[in-house]
Ligand binder design. Structure first.
Ligand code: AMP
Length: 212
């Protein structure tokens, strides 16, 4: 199965993506993670991406599409398909993706924007395994309960940058819901403050039907 996860920043894409890729044994491809890895390693792509990410803007389509095309050409994507998290984010990216692959389903997590500012600004992420937490649940802990890695606050999880990321989502990414609805690929879900396992159950109930 080749799946796309769509949703505003903070909707829970990353959390669901980890669980879905574990369940179906497919690689989880997050363009945000790829950029952050490049920033950490101070590559040319990383330096370019950083200038956009820090402002809450999108990295140019050309750069992003090239990275994804290269990633999808690897062997692990041919075995059980793949899960794209955070790509595509523009119509141009969606059209470029159509040229190189066939998508089976688009999981769209719709969420009330009023929940997102608190979620993102209170988010703490594990440097090692990428697990995310909300600061209100950590009781002062500074390390990851899953792997012991150090927890940090993403540089783009601050009120100003979050505003800009949400505006970018509304203008450039939300139109993809219509794009994939017209193709008959959308599966719609509602994100809430319930534990992630609830949404995961709803999503996998639908994906199980496709996997059969
Ligand atoms: P994420 O981890 O998905 O929230 O992505 C963090 C940041 O990386 C975004 O705010 C963008 O600046 C950049 N980014 C991630 N995916 C894309 C994409 N598909 N197109 C352009 N920029 C992206």
């Amino acid at each position: 199965m080749n799946i796309i996860l769509l949703g505003a920043p903070g909707a829970g894409k990353g959390t669901q993506a980890t669980k879905i890729s574990d369940k179906y044994g497919m690689p989880h491809i997050s363009t945000g993670d790829i950029f952050r890895e490049n920033i950490k390693n101070q590559t040319e792509i990383g330096m370019l991406a950083k200038s956009y990410i820090d402002k809450g803007q999108l990295v140019p389509d050309e750069v992003t599409c090239k990275i994804v095309e290269e990633r999808l050409s690897r062997d692990d994507c041919r075995e059980k398909g793949y899960l794209l998290d955070g790509f595509p984010r523009t119509l141009a990216q969606a059209e470029a993706l159509d040229k190189i692959t066939k998508i089976d389903a688009v999981v769209n997590i719709d969420i009330d924007f009023s929940l997102l500012m608190n979620r993102l600004c209170g988010r703490r992420v594990c440097r090692d395994c990428g697990e995310s937490y909300h600061v209100s649940m950590l009781q002062g802990a500074t390390t990851c309960a899953r792997c012991g890695g150090e927890l940090y606050t993403r540089k783009d999880d601050n009120p100003e940058t979050v505003q800009s990321r949400l505006a970018v989502y509304t203008e450039q990414t939300a139109p993809l819901i219509d794009y994939y609805t017209k193709k008959g690929l959308i599966l719609n879900f509602t994100g809430t403050d319930d534990p992630p396992a609830v949404l995961f159950g709803e999503i996998t109930a639908e994906l199980d039907k496709l996997a059969r």
